[in-house]
Design a protein around this ligand. Structure first.
Ligand SMILES: NC(=O)c1ccc[n+]([C@@H]2O[C@H](COP(=O)([O-])OP(=O)(O)OC[C@H]3O[C@@H](n4cnc5c(N)ncnc54)[C@H](OP(=O)(O)O)[C@@H]3O)[C@@H](O)[C@H]2O)c1
Length: 332
């Protein structure tokens, strides 16, 4: 079966190859993948910037498809069902933080960038009916991360002023859509005027281009500051976010795309009683709640583009360029 694996053989560090179809073990199901979506994690793996990389492993954390086979008789009712896969494995018992054996599908185990993937049956969730296979494939990792960041960590609710930083990102777009659906007053930043224009049509109360010097002063003047900020850019940009956080407010972050801050304004953090909270993906319960929320509110993930699997490397290149708005998807 065809698969995209990590490989040092060529300059792309990626290779489309043939892998053996997985042989199921007890507790597992075999999914015939219809569509799969990229996350920045896949690009970090390509660039060698992810821990514990293994050559020859199929990347990909997000996918949707049909259950082809199950190992155990008790799971037979899953056969033939349209599913999405929860890529967060072995979270553990503590809802506050994941266990040391936590893993993400698609490194170190083979992921969704292959025709058939074997996963534990307890990772399967029925595909929300209002979504196409491509939209459903876009949802798992980004939807889960955004849901926990906003609801569990950020206690988002109607009327709160929420800023989504770098709204063009895969996770950020979900945070934006979920916060709007929760009735919050949602603002966004982006480095692209085109993306800001798009979110104004999707219900943004205000938008700011983080490439414009002094954007944070303008935002503070216009809004009085934000109760909650969701960020994954990190870097020195974090000090601008601190300036626009209301006293008693919170910044929830799950990435450091632009690196570690060279200096952090600690005085502003303690004087204004600001909470900085890190988060990573989420629990199984949060995954189920996220899918229910998406189904109830009929939220449709924003899909930037869908290409045939054979062109998957062009989607990696697009992610590297940052030119996408929404998820980058491949169809098998
Ligand atoms: N901890 C976790 O569980 C978890 C889960 C998912 C992702 N992540 C991490 O979170 C980050 C985003 O992931 P993703 O898959 O959403 O990536 P992505 O789709 O590639 O999005 C990256 C976005 O970052 C934004 N950005 C770049 N520079 C920025 C800046 N100075 N200020 C604000 N935004 C900036 C851009 O937004 P604009 O295009 O709007 O400018 C860009 O679209 C990555 O570092 C990823 O590894 C962590």
């Amino acid at each position: 079966m065809k698969a995209l694996v990590l490989s040092q053989e060529n300059k792309d560090r990626l290779k489309i190859t043939d892998l053996e179809r997985p042989i199921l073990a007890s507790g597992q199901a075999l999914i015939k993948i219809k569509a799969a979506a990229l996350n920045h994690r896949d690009q970090w793996c390509r660039e060698g910037l992810y821990p514990n990389l293994t050559e020859g492993v199929a990347l990909g954390s997000d996918g949707s498809g049909t259950v082809e086979e199950v190992f155990d008789k008790k799971d037979v009712l899953w056969k033939g069902r349209e599913v999405i896969i929860n890529p967060a494995m072995n979270w553990g018992d503590n809802p506050a933080a994941h266990s040391p054996s936590f893993e993400i599908l698609g490194m170190p185990s083979n992921g969704t960038f292959e025709e058939y993937v074997a996963v534990p049956v307890d990772r399967l969730v029925e595909k929300p009916k209002h979504l196409t296979s491509e939209e459903a494939a876009s949802l798992p990792l980004g939807g889960l991360t955004a849901y926990r960041a906003l609801f569990t960590c950020g206690n988002v609710e109607a009327g709160k002023k929420v800023l989504i930083s770098g709204v063009g990102g895969g996770v950020a777009q979900f945070a934006f859509q979920f916060a709007v659906a929760a009735g919050s007053e949602v603002y966004a930043t982006s480095g692209s005027e085109g993306k800001l224009e798009k979110v104004r049509h999707m219900g943004a109360a205000g938008t700011y281009n983080y490439k414009n010097k002094g954007w944070e002063k303008e935002a503070l003047k216009e809004t009085g500051g934000f109760d909650l900020i969701i960020d994954s850019a990190g870097g020195d940009f974090m000090n601008n976010l601190l300036r626009v956080t209301k006293p008693g407010g919170k910044i929830v972050f799950f990435g450091a795309t632009t690196g570690i801050p060279s200096g952090l304004d600690l005085r502003r953090i303690f004087w204004n009683h600001i909470t900085l909270q890190g988060t990573t993906m989420g629990t199984d319960e949060e995954f189920n709640d996220m899918v229910d929320f998406v189904a109830k509110k009929e939220i449709r993930p924003i899909v930037d583009s869908v290409v045939p699997f054979e062109n998957i490397i062009s989607q990696f290149d697009k992610m590297q360029s940052g030119k996408m708005f929404g998820k980058l998807v491949v169809r098998f």
